[in-house]
Design a binder for this molecule. Structure first.
Ligand code: CA2
Length: 149
């Protein structure tokens, strides 16, 4: 069974509590429950991890090697700043789909740049919690293609 890591970065633990006009009213627990029920339909096993700390995210990416088949990654604001997270993704050689709740390209210029994109299979943004479901499907399709099924 395919096992995916749903990885969330800084401040995403606050989802649903502030800025609902940008990020919606769902909490991170709501988003995770949505992902769970979506993944059940395709027989995908999900593991969730959130941290506000760059080093902890790097450690979890390293741990994914040999443990998970791919990563759905919302790096939060580290998306726009972190070469260290980019290097971590490159180092584990796992497929990563970058996700964002908001359409980062329709927001401030500093959000248009993503270091994660350089190493990601692709980026899905702007669909709220649905972005995560699309990312799960994209990763599954990629992994099925990779194993020739
Ligand atoms: O749209 C996304 O998913 C982002 O990754 C969210 C990040 C932001 O820095 C990126 O540019 C785009 C911010 C997450 C902060 O989440 C909050 C949740 C509730 C209240 C305040 C912030």
């Amino acid at each position: 069974m395919t096992k995916l890591l749903i990885l969330n970065g800084p401040n995403l633990n606050l989802l649903g509590t502030r800025q609902p006009e940008v990020y919606g009213r769902d909490t991170l627990a709501d988003v995770e429950a949505l992902c769970m029920s979506h993944a059940e339909q395709s027989g995908t096993n999900l593991v969730f991890y959130q941290s506000n700390h760059e080093g902890a995210l790097i450690d979890r990416i390293h741990a994914a090697r040999g443990s998970e088949d791919g990563i759905v990654f919302n790096a939060g604001a580290y998306t726009h700043t972190s070469i260290a997270l980019l290097d971590a993704i490159v180092s584990v050689e796992l497929p990563v789909v970058e996700v964002h709740l908001s359409n980062i390209h329709a927001r401030e210029a500093f959000r248009h740049k993503s270091y994660i994109s350089k190493a990601a299979l692709g980026q899905i943004c702007g669909f709220g919690p649905q972005s995560y479901l699309l990312a799960i499907d994209a990763l599954n399709a990629h992994l099925q293609g990779a194993s020739g099924q």
